[in-house]
Design a protein around this ligand. Structure first.
Ligand code: SF4
Length: 249
């Protein structure tokens, strides 16, 4: 599929959109069948050093009550999740530097020893050495959305961060053998269909294992608080295109 074809399909509506999603759903059915995998997720800290313009957890949001679970609380909660029959636990937080690589590695290895569950991490950008330590401790998967592959838009949405470093993190994770999930936000101010097409091609180029487009949901205490939400129709087309572009040929 060419870049122009992808760009046109992102804006599809009516019968054209239905056909696009039907094709994608067939790929989904062939690939994974009619099952839903349910994960247990522990949001263990909402402290964050970053300034992402769309996120209510951003460092600059002084009105937010912050919390942080202690390591034993996380391991106990993971044990509870395992006792309910879940096969995967997701450990998610803001970019909270109280959590040194060593501290989180201890939690990962304790959860693995106690439950044997797959461990997915979603804790943001870190050095390759940190990712390696966590992989060695038993982490299986990593979620790190790229948010937008458009460098100019990325810079506007992420003061003090760079798309270059985001990509480097994703490449490091892939090299270390994690199953990697990424994804983009649909509906950022100034975002074009061409920019969204680049998000899809970026995920294809990186050969990531999971791609999750999602809508902008404006948070009132952020700079994007008065922006309109991302269009659900566009998100559904993006999800369909992720499946079509990732389908085995
Ligand atoms: S790094 Fe994550 S938690 Fe922190 S501000 Fe950005 S999106 Fe929010």
């Amino acid at each position: 599929m060419t870049r122009d074809e992808i760009t046109a399909l992102i804006g599809a509506r009516g019968a054209e959109a239905e056909e696009l999603r039907r094709e994608a759903d067939e790929i989904r059915r062939r690939g994974v069948g009619d099952v839903v995998h349910v994960r247990g997720i522990i949001e263990f800290s909402n402290y964050c050093r970053c300034h992402c313009a769309y996120c209510g957890l951003r460092h600059d949001n002084a009105g937010l009550e912050r919390y942080r679970l202690e390591p034993p609380e996380i391991v106990d909660t993971a044990g509870f999740i395992a006792s309910l029959g879940f096969g995967t636990v997701v450990l998610q937080s803001g970019e909270d530097m109280w959590w040194t690589a060593q501290r989180l590695a201890g939690v990962i290895s304790d959860i693995k020893a106690a439950t044997g569950m797959a461990v997915t991490l979603s804790v943001g950008e870190r050095d390759a050495a940190d990712y390696r330590l966590w992989r060695d401790a038993g982490a299986d998967r990593y979620l790190l959305r790229h948010e937008t592959a458009d460098p100019e838009l990325y810079a506007r949405m992420h003061p003090q961060a760079s798309l270059e470093n985001r990509v480097r993190c994703l490449e490091n994770l892939m090299e270390l053998g994690y199953q990697v999930g990424t994804g983009c936000i649909v509906g950022l101010p100034g975002q074009s269909a061409e920019s969204l097409a680049e998000d899809l091609l970026f995920m294809q180029r990186l050969n990531i294992h999971m791609g999750g487009p999602g809508p902008l949901i404006p948070h009132p205490d952020t700079p994007l608080g008065s922006e309109p939400a991302g269009a659900v129709e566009t998100v559904l087309n993006m999800m369909a295109l992720v499946r079509l572009l990732r389908a085995p040929t």
